[in-house]
Design a protein around this ligand. Structure first.
Ligand SMILES: Cc1cc2nc3c(=O)[nH]c(=O)nc-3n(C[C@H](O)[C@H](O)[C@H](O)COP(=O)(O)OP(=O)(O)OC[C@H]3O[C@@H](n4cnc5c(N)ncnc54)[C@H](O)[C@@H]3O)c2cc1C
Length: 389
Protein backbone atom coordinates (compact mmCIF):
# COMPACT_ATOMS: atom_id res chain seq x y z
CA UNK A 1 0.00 0.00 0.00
CA UNK A 2 1.56 3.27 -1.09
CA UNK A 3 1.94 6.26 1.21
CA UNK A 4 -0.93 8.65 0.38
CA UNK A 5 -0.36 11.18 3.15
CA UNK A 6 0.79 13.81 0.64
CA UNK A 7 -2.83 14.03 -0.53
CA UNK A 8 -3.68 15.72 2.77
CA UNK A 9 -1.55 18.73 1.78
CA UNK A 10 -3.46 21.95 1.08
CA UNK A 11 -2.15 21.82 -2.50
CA UNK A 12 -5.16 19.66 -3.43
CA UNK A 13 -8.94 20.09 -3.51
CA UNK A 14 -11.27 17.31 -2.43
CA UNK A 15 -12.02 16.67 -6.11
CA UNK A 16 -8.34 15.75 -6.61
CA UNK A 17 -8.41 13.37 -3.65
CA UNK A 18 -11.53 11.69 -5.02
CA UNK A 19 -9.99 11.46 -8.49
CA UNK A 20 -6.89 9.71 -7.15
CA UNK A 21 -8.94 7.28 -5.07
CA UNK A 22 -11.27 6.41 -7.95
CA UNK A 23 -8.47 5.89 -10.48
CA UNK A 24 -6.45 3.79 -8.02
CA UNK A 25 -9.45 1.51 -7.47
CA UNK A 26 -10.19 1.37 -11.21
CA UNK A 27 -6.57 0.41 -12.02
CA UNK A 28 -6.58 -2.36 -9.42
CA UNK A 29 -9.78 -3.80 -10.90
CA UNK A 30 -9.43 -3.19 -14.65
CA UNK A 31 -5.79 -2.71 -15.60
CA UNK A 32 -4.45 -6.09 -16.70
CA UNK A 33 -2.09 -5.22 -19.51
CA UNK A 34 -0.51 -7.84 -21.77
CA UNK A 35 2.74 -6.13 -22.83
CA UNK A 36 3.61 -8.79 -25.44
CA UNK A 37 2.84 -6.53 -28.42
CA UNK A 38 3.42 -2.87 -27.45
CA UNK A 39 1.43 -1.49 -30.42
CA UNK A 40 -1.61 -3.64 -29.66
CA UNK A 41 -1.32 -2.97 -25.93
CA UNK A 42 -1.21 0.81 -26.47
CA UNK A 43 -4.16 0.79 -28.86
CA UNK A 44 -6.17 -1.24 -26.32
CA UNK A 45 -5.12 1.01 -23.44
CA UNK A 46 -6.12 4.22 -25.25
CA UNK A 47 -9.53 2.73 -25.99
CA UNK A 48 -9.95 1.42 -22.42
CA UNK A 49 -8.85 4.71 -20.79
CA UNK A 50 -11.15 6.59 -23.17
CA UNK A 51 -14.18 4.40 -22.48
CA UNK A 52 -13.64 4.74 -18.72
CA UNK A 53 -13.53 8.55 -19.04
CA UNK A 54 -9.94 9.13 -17.84
CA UNK A 55 -8.78 10.69 -21.12
CA UNK A 56 -11.30 13.50 -20.63
CA UNK A 57 -8.67 15.13 -18.39
CA UNK A 58 -6.42 15.54 -21.48
CA UNK A 59 -8.69 18.08 -23.25
CA UNK A 60 -10.82 21.10 -22.19
CA UNK A 61 -14.53 20.66 -21.37
CA UNK A 62 -15.68 22.60 -24.45
CA UNK A 63 -14.43 19.70 -26.58
CA UNK A 64 -15.33 16.67 -24.53
CA UNK A 65 -13.05 17.20 -21.54
CA UNK A 66 -13.77 16.79 -17.83
CA UNK A 67 -12.73 20.29 -16.67
CA UNK A 68 -12.96 23.79 -18.20
CA UNK A 69 -9.18 23.88 -18.79
CA UNK A 70 -6.29 21.42 -18.44
CA UNK A 71 -5.65 21.02 -14.71
CA UNK A 72 -2.04 20.25 -13.84
CA UNK A 73 -2.79 18.64 -10.48
CA UNK A 74 -5.31 16.27 -12.06
CA UNK A 75 -2.88 15.40 -14.88
CA UNK A 76 -0.11 14.77 -12.35
CA UNK A 77 -2.27 12.66 -10.04
CA UNK A 78 -3.57 10.62 -12.97
CA UNK A 79 -0.06 10.03 -14.33
CA UNK A 80 1.41 9.19 -10.92
CA UNK A 81 -1.34 6.67 -10.23
CA UNK A 82 -1.24 5.08 -13.69
CA UNK A 83 2.58 4.86 -13.57
CA UNK A 84 2.41 3.18 -10.17
CA UNK A 85 0.16 0.52 -11.67
CA UNK A 86 1.52 0.18 -15.22
CA UNK A 87 4.10 2.16 -17.22
CA UNK A 88 2.44 1.58 -20.58
CA UNK A 89 -0.93 2.79 -19.26
CA UNK A 90 0.76 6.01 -18.13
CA UNK A 91 2.42 6.32 -21.54
CA UNK A 92 -0.89 5.86 -23.39
CA UNK A 93 -2.56 8.49 -21.19
CA UNK A 94 0.33 10.98 -21.36
CA UNK A 95 0.59 10.90 -25.13
CA UNK A 96 -3.11 11.67 -25.58
CA UNK A 97 -2.49 14.85 -23.60
CA UNK A 98 0.93 15.81 -24.99
CA UNK A 99 -0.04 14.83 -28.54
CA UNK A 100 -3.20 16.95 -28.54
CA UNK A 101 -1.96 19.75 -26.24
CA UNK A 102 -0.92 22.03 -29.13
CA UNK A 103 -4.46 21.76 -30.56
CA UNK A 104 -6.00 22.66 -27.18
CA UNK A 105 -3.61 25.60 -26.83
CA UNK A 106 -3.46 27.03 -30.36
CA UNK A 107 -5.86 25.17 -32.67
CA UNK A 108 -8.74 26.89 -34.48
CA UNK A 109 -12.26 26.08 -33.31
CA UNK A 110 -12.65 23.80 -36.35
CA UNK A 111 -9.48 21.81 -35.51
CA UNK A 112 -10.44 21.54 -31.85
CA UNK A 113 -13.89 20.25 -32.75
CA UNK A 114 -12.44 17.81 -35.28
CA UNK A 115 -9.74 16.22 -33.09
CA UNK A 116 -10.21 16.78 -29.36
CA UNK A 117 -13.50 14.90 -28.71
CA UNK A 118 -12.04 11.81 -30.41
CA UNK A 119 -8.88 12.11 -28.30
CA UNK A 120 -10.99 12.27 -25.14
CA UNK A 121 -13.04 9.21 -26.13
CA UNK A 122 -9.92 7.21 -27.02
CA UNK A 123 -10.99 6.98 -30.66
CA UNK A 124 -8.00 8.87 -32.10
CA UNK A 125 -4.38 8.31 -31.03
CA UNK A 126 -2.28 11.48 -30.74
CA UNK A 127 1.46 12.17 -31.13
CA UNK A 128 3.86 15.10 -30.66
CA UNK A 129 6.59 15.42 -33.31
CA UNK A 130 9.32 17.89 -32.36
CA UNK A 131 12.69 16.06 -32.22
CA UNK A 132 14.87 15.42 -35.27
CA UNK A 133 18.01 13.35 -35.84
CA UNK A 134 20.16 16.53 -35.58
CA UNK A 135 17.91 18.51 -33.24
CA UNK A 136 17.07 16.94 -29.88
CA UNK A 137 18.27 19.02 -26.91
CA UNK A 138 19.01 21.88 -29.35
CA UNK A 139 15.50 21.75 -30.75
CA UNK A 140 15.60 25.18 -32.41
CA UNK A 141 18.23 23.72 -34.79
CA UNK A 142 15.46 21.76 -36.53
CA UNK A 143 15.66 21.42 -40.32
CA UNK A 144 12.35 19.80 -41.25
CA UNK A 145 10.65 22.57 -43.25
CA UNK A 146 7.39 23.63 -44.85
CA UNK A 147 6.69 26.08 -47.70
CA UNK A 148 3.41 27.49 -48.94
CA UNK A 149 2.10 25.95 -52.19
CA UNK A 150 1.76 28.26 -55.18
CA UNK A 151 -2.01 28.59 -54.77
CA UNK A 152 -1.45 29.42 -51.06
CA UNK A 153 -3.88 26.71 -49.92
CA UNK A 154 -1.39 24.17 -48.61
CA UNK A 155 1.91 23.86 -46.81
CA UNK A 156 4.33 21.32 -48.27
CA UNK A 157 6.46 19.60 -45.60
CA UNK A 158 9.86 17.96 -46.23
CA UNK A 159 12.21 16.36 -43.72
CA UNK A 160 12.27 13.92 -40.82
CA UNK A 161 11.16 13.68 -37.19
CA UNK A 162 12.56 11.01 -34.89
CA UNK A 163 11.92 9.44 -31.47
CA UNK A 164 8.23 10.08 -31.99
CA UNK A 165 6.17 8.28 -29.34
CA UNK A 166 3.09 6.60 -30.85
CA UNK A 167 4.89 6.81 -34.22
CA UNK A 168 3.34 4.06 -36.33
CA UNK A 169 0.07 3.80 -34.41
CA UNK A 170 -1.00 7.46 -34.14
CA UNK A 171 -3.99 8.76 -36.09
CA UNK A 172 -2.48 12.26 -36.22
CA UNK A 173 0.74 14.09 -35.38
CA UNK A 174 1.25 17.65 -34.09
CA UNK A 175 4.37 18.52 -36.06
CA UNK A 176 6.74 21.48 -35.57
CA UNK A 177 8.61 22.59 -38.71
CA UNK A 178 10.66 25.48 -40.00
CA UNK A 179 8.60 27.94 -42.05
CA UNK A 180 11.26 30.66 -42.13
CA UNK A 181 9.46 33.82 -40.95
CA UNK A 182 12.61 34.66 -38.93
CA UNK A 183 15.87 32.89 -38.03
CA UNK A 184 15.99 30.25 -35.27
CA UNK A 185 13.09 29.68 -32.91
CA UNK A 186 10.97 32.49 -34.39
CA UNK A 187 10.73 30.79 -37.78
CA UNK A 188 8.91 27.63 -36.73
CA UNK A 189 5.20 26.78 -37.18
CA UNK A 190 3.02 23.96 -35.86
CA UNK A 191 0.62 21.78 -37.87
CA UNK A 192 -1.74 18.87 -37.38
CA UNK A 193 -0.89 16.16 -39.90
CA UNK A 194 -3.14 13.11 -40.32
CA UNK A 195 -1.27 9.80 -40.31
CA UNK A 196 -2.63 8.99 -43.78
CA UNK A 197 -1.57 12.33 -45.33
CA UNK A 198 0.10 11.65 -48.71
CA UNK A 199 3.88 12.00 -48.35
CA UNK A 200 4.03 11.01 -44.66
CA UNK A 201 5.62 7.61 -44.07
CA UNK A 202 7.12 5.69 -41.16
CA UNK A 203 10.83 5.49 -42.04
CA UNK A 204 11.86 3.30 -39.12
CA UNK A 205 10.40 1.76 -35.98
CA UNK A 206 12.66 2.20 -32.92
CA UNK A 207 12.98 -0.37 -30.13
CA UNK A 208 13.83 0.91 -26.64
CA UNK A 209 14.58 -0.84 -23.33
CA UNK A 210 11.03 -0.32 -22.02
CA UNK A 211 9.02 -1.12 -25.17
CA UNK A 212 6.45 1.35 -26.43
CA UNK A 213 5.50 2.51 -29.95
CA UNK A 214 8.25 4.78 -31.28
CA UNK A 215 9.26 5.75 -34.82
CA UNK A 216 11.08 8.02 -37.21
CA UNK A 217 8.68 9.89 -39.56
CA UNK A 218 9.59 10.92 -43.11
CA UNK A 219 7.88 13.81 -44.90
CA UNK A 220 8.27 13.89 -48.70
CA UNK A 221 6.36 16.84 -50.21
CA UNK A 222 3.62 16.11 -47.67
CA UNK A 223 0.74 18.54 -48.36
CA UNK A 224 -1.19 19.89 -45.40
CA UNK A 225 -4.12 22.37 -45.71
CA UNK A 226 -3.29 25.89 -44.46
CA UNK A 227 -6.17 25.49 -42.00
CA UNK A 228 -4.21 22.75 -40.20
CA UNK A 229 -1.72 25.29 -38.88
CA UNK A 230 -1.81 25.62 -35.09
CA UNK A 231 -1.61 29.33 -34.22
CA UNK A 232 0.13 31.99 -36.25
CA UNK A 233 2.98 31.29 -38.68
CA UNK A 234 6.28 31.62 -36.82
CA UNK A 235 4.68 30.92 -33.41
CA UNK A 236 5.23 27.14 -33.44
CA UNK A 237 8.18 27.13 -31.04
CA UNK A 238 6.14 29.08 -28.50
CA UNK A 239 3.26 26.60 -28.90
CA UNK A 240 5.68 23.67 -28.37
CA UNK A 241 7.14 25.27 -25.22
CA UNK A 242 3.68 26.10 -23.82
CA UNK A 243 2.65 22.47 -24.37
CA UNK A 244 5.83 21.18 -22.71
CA UNK A 245 5.37 23.61 -19.79
CA UNK A 246 2.10 21.84 -18.92
CA UNK A 247 3.33 18.31 -19.43
CA UNK A 248 6.87 18.60 -17.98
CA UNK A 249 5.52 18.52 -14.42
CA UNK A 250 3.50 15.46 -15.38
CA UNK A 251 6.73 13.63 -16.37
CA UNK A 252 7.85 14.29 -12.80
CA UNK A 253 4.58 12.77 -11.59
CA UNK A 254 5.10 9.64 -13.69
CA UNK A 255 8.61 9.28 -12.23
CA UNK A 256 7.07 9.63 -8.78
CA UNK A 257 4.66 6.79 -9.57
CA UNK A 258 7.52 4.53 -10.67
CA UNK A 259 9.53 5.47 -7.57
CA UNK A 260 6.61 4.79 -5.22
CA UNK A 261 6.03 1.37 -6.82
CA UNK A 262 9.71 0.51 -6.26
CA UNK A 263 9.61 1.71 -2.63
CA UNK A 264 6.44 -0.32 -1.97
CA UNK A 265 8.06 -3.47 -3.36
CA UNK A 266 11.35 -2.82 -1.54
CA UNK A 267 9.55 -2.36 1.81
CA UNK A 268 7.56 -5.57 1.33
CA UNK A 269 10.70 -7.49 0.36
CA UNK A 270 12.81 -6.08 3.21
CA UNK A 271 10.17 -7.07 5.76
CA UNK A 272 9.85 -10.66 4.55
CA UNK A 273 13.35 -11.66 3.37
CA UNK A 274 15.01 -13.78 6.09
CA UNK A 275 18.62 -12.78 6.67
CA UNK A 276 21.24 -13.15 9.41
CA UNK A 277 18.70 -14.46 11.91
CA UNK A 278 16.12 -11.74 11.22
CA UNK A 279 14.84 -10.07 8.09
CA UNK A 280 16.52 -7.64 5.68
CA UNK A 281 14.66 -4.67 7.21
CA UNK A 282 16.28 -5.31 10.62
CA UNK A 283 19.70 -4.34 9.29
CA UNK A 284 20.75 -0.74 9.77
CA UNK A 285 22.22 -0.39 6.30
CA UNK A 286 18.79 -1.34 4.92
CA UNK A 287 17.14 1.22 7.19
CA UNK A 288 19.54 3.91 5.92
CA UNK A 289 18.56 3.03 2.36
CA UNK A 290 14.86 3.19 3.24
CA UNK A 291 15.37 6.57 4.90
CA UNK A 292 17.00 7.92 1.74
CA UNK A 293 14.36 6.39 -0.53
CA UNK A 294 11.37 7.73 1.41
CA UNK A 295 12.89 11.21 1.61
CA UNK A 296 13.74 11.23 -2.10
CA UNK A 297 10.11 10.37 -2.92
CA UNK A 298 8.66 13.07 -0.65
CA UNK A 299 11.06 15.73 -1.98
CA UNK A 300 10.00 14.85 -5.53
CA UNK A 301 6.31 14.92 -4.61
CA UNK A 302 6.59 18.36 -3.00
CA UNK A 303 8.35 19.86 -6.03
CA UNK A 304 5.96 18.20 -8.48
CA UNK A 305 2.74 19.30 -6.81
CA UNK A 306 4.14 22.76 -6.05
CA UNK A 307 4.68 23.27 -9.80
CA UNK A 308 1.19 21.94 -10.58
CA UNK A 309 -0.47 24.06 -7.86
CA UNK A 310 1.31 27.26 -8.95
CA UNK A 311 0.07 26.77 -12.50
CA UNK A 312 -3.51 25.84 -11.53
CA UNK A 313 -4.15 28.22 -8.64
CA UNK A 314 -1.78 31.16 -9.14
CA UNK A 315 -1.95 31.02 -12.94
CA UNK A 316 1.80 31.53 -13.02
CA UNK A 317 4.34 30.57 -15.66
CA UNK A 318 6.04 27.58 -14.06
CA UNK A 319 9.05 27.09 -16.32
CA UNK A 320 11.47 27.10 -13.36
CA UNK A 321 9.33 25.06 -10.98
CA UNK A 322 8.39 22.46 -13.60
CA UNK A 323 12.07 22.08 -14.57
CA UNK A 324 13.04 21.57 -10.90
CA UNK A 325 10.26 19.01 -10.47
CA UNK A 326 11.18 17.12 -13.65
CA UNK A 327 14.90 17.04 -12.80
CA UNK A 328 14.56 16.02 -9.14
CA UNK A 329 11.68 13.56 -9.57
CA UNK A 330 13.27 11.65 -12.45
CA UNK A 331 16.76 11.56 -10.89
CA UNK A 332 15.39 10.59 -7.46
CA UNK A 333 13.15 7.89 -8.91
CA UNK A 334 16.15 6.40 -10.73
CA UNK A 335 18.06 6.22 -7.42
CA UNK A 336 15.10 4.79 -5.51
CA UNK A 337 14.51 2.12 -8.15
CA UNK A 338 18.21 1.24 -8.28
CA UNK A 339 18.23 0.80 -4.51
CA UNK A 340 15.11 -1.37 -4.71
CA UNK A 341 16.81 -3.59 -7.30
CA UNK A 342 19.80 -3.87 -4.95
CA UNK A 343 17.57 -4.88 -2.03
CA UNK A 344 15.98 -7.61 -4.14
CA UNK A 345 19.43 -9.10 -4.87
CA UNK A 346 19.38 -11.52 -7.82
CA UNK A 347 15.61 -11.30 -8.03
CA UNK A 348 16.01 -7.59 -8.79
CA UNK A 349 17.46 -8.32 -12.20
CA UNK A 350 15.28 -11.33 -13.01
CA UNK A 351 13.12 -10.62 -16.04
CA UNK A 352 9.51 -10.36 -14.94
CA UNK A 353 10.17 -8.90 -11.48
CA UNK A 354 8.43 -5.52 -11.15
CA UNK A 355 11.56 -3.66 -9.98
CA UNK A 356 13.40 -4.99 -13.05
CA UNK A 357 10.83 -3.46 -15.39
CA UNK A 358 10.78 -0.21 -13.38
CA UNK A 359 14.57 -0.05 -13.77
CA UNK A 360 14.14 -0.07 -17.56
CA UNK A 361 11.02 2.11 -17.49
CA UNK A 362 12.52 5.08 -15.57
CA UNK A 363 15.64 5.54 -17.68
CA UNK A 364 14.25 7.48 -20.61
CA UNK A 365 12.40 9.96 -18.37
CA UNK A 366 15.78 11.54 -17.54
CA UNK A 367 16.30 12.15 -21.28
CA UNK A 368 13.02 13.08 -22.96
CA UNK A 369 11.14 16.38 -22.69
CA UNK A 370 14.50 17.94 -21.88
CA UNK A 371 17.40 15.93 -20.42
CA UNK A 372 18.48 16.66 -16.83
CA UNK A 373 21.31 18.89 -18.12
CA UNK A 374 18.77 20.95 -20.09
CA UNK A 375 16.59 21.32 -16.98
CA UNK A 376 19.62 22.56 -14.99
CA UNK A 377 20.26 25.25 -17.60
CA UNK A 378 16.59 26.30 -17.59
CA UNK A 379 16.61 26.58 -13.79
CA UNK A 380 19.86 28.57 -13.85
CA UNK A 381 18.59 30.91 -16.58
CA UNK A 382 15.35 31.61 -14.72
CA UNK A 383 17.17 32.05 -11.41
CA UNK A 384 19.79 34.38 -12.88
CA UNK A 385 17.11 36.40 -14.67
CA UNK A 386 15.91 37.71 -11.31
CA UNK A 387 19.47 38.86 -10.45
CA UNK A 388 20.32 40.42 -13.80
CA UNK A 389 17.08 42.37 -14.14
C1 LIG B 1 11.65 6.97 -25.13
C2 LIG B 1 11.68 8.31 -25.79
C3 LIG B 1 10.50 8.90 -26.23
C4 LIG B 1 10.52 10.14 -26.88
N1 LIG B 1 9.35 10.68 -27.37
C5 LIG B 1 9.39 11.84 -28.09
C6 LIG B 1 8.19 12.38 -28.68
O1 LIG B 1 7.08 11.84 -28.53
N2 LIG B 1 8.29 13.51 -29.43
C7 LIG B 1 9.49 14.15 -29.63
O2 LIG B 1 9.50 15.16 -30.32
N3 LIG B 1 10.65 13.67 -29.08
C8 LIG B 1 10.63 12.53 -28.32
N4 LIG B 1 11.79 12.02 -27.76
C9 LIG B 1 13.06 12.69 -28.04
C10 LIG B 1 13.66 13.36 -26.83
O3 LIG B 1 12.97 14.53 -26.50
C11 LIG B 1 15.16 13.56 -27.14
O4 LIG B 1 15.77 12.28 -27.12
C12 LIG B 1 15.82 14.49 -26.14
O5 LIG B 1 15.37 15.81 -26.31
C13 LIG B 1 17.35 14.45 -26.28
O6 LIG B 1 17.71 14.67 -27.62
P1 LIG B 1 18.75 13.67 -28.33
O7 LIG B 1 18.28 12.27 -28.12
O8 LIG B 1 18.94 14.13 -29.72
O9 LIG B 1 20.08 13.83 -27.51
P2 LIG B 1 21.15 15.01 -27.67
O10 LIG B 1 20.48 16.30 -27.96
O11 LIG B 1 22.21 14.54 -28.59
O12 LIG B 1 21.72 15.09 -26.19
C14 LIG B 1 22.54 14.03 -25.67
C15 LIG B 1 22.85 14.33 -24.24
O13 LIG B 1 23.59 15.52 -24.14
C16 LIG B 1 23.44 16.05 -22.85
N5 LIG B 1 23.21 17.49 -22.96
C17 LIG B 1 22.19 18.15 -23.54
N6 LIG B 1 22.32 19.48 -23.43
C18 LIG B 1 23.51 19.67 -22.76
C19 LIG B 1 24.23 20.81 -22.35
N7 LIG B 1 23.79 22.05 -22.60
N8 LIG B 1 25.41 20.64 -21.70
C20 LIG B 1 25.88 19.40 -21.47
N9 LIG B 1 25.23 18.28 -21.82
C21 LIG B 1 24.06 18.41 -22.47
C22 LIG B 1 22.26 15.32 -22.20
O14 LIG B 1 22.74 14.40 -21.24
C23 LIG B 1 21.64 14.58 -23.36
O15 LIG B 1 21.01 13.38 -22.94
C24 LIG B 1 11.77 10.81 -27.09
C25 LIG B 1 12.95 10.20 -26.62
C26 LIG B 1 12.92 8.98 -25.99
C27 LIG B 1 14.23 8.37 -25.51
Amino acid sequence: MSDKTYLDLPLFDDAHRTLERELDAWCAQHLHVDHGDADAACRALVRQLGEAGWLRYCVPAAHGGALPALDSRSLCLLRETLARHDGLADFAFAMQGLGSGAISIAGSEALRAQYLPRVARGEAIAAFALSEPEAGSDVAAMQCSARLSEDGKHYVIDGAKTWISNGGIADFYCVFVRTGEAPGARGISAFVVDADAPGLTIAERIDVIAPHPLATLRFDSCRVPVGNRLGEAGQGFKVAMMTLDIFRASVAAAALGFGRAALDDALARACERPMFGGVLADLQLTQAAIGDMATAIDAAALLTYRAAWLRDVKGQRTTREAAMAKMVATENAQQVIDRAVQMFGGLGVKVGTRVESLYREIRSLRIYEGATEVQKLIIARETLAGRKA
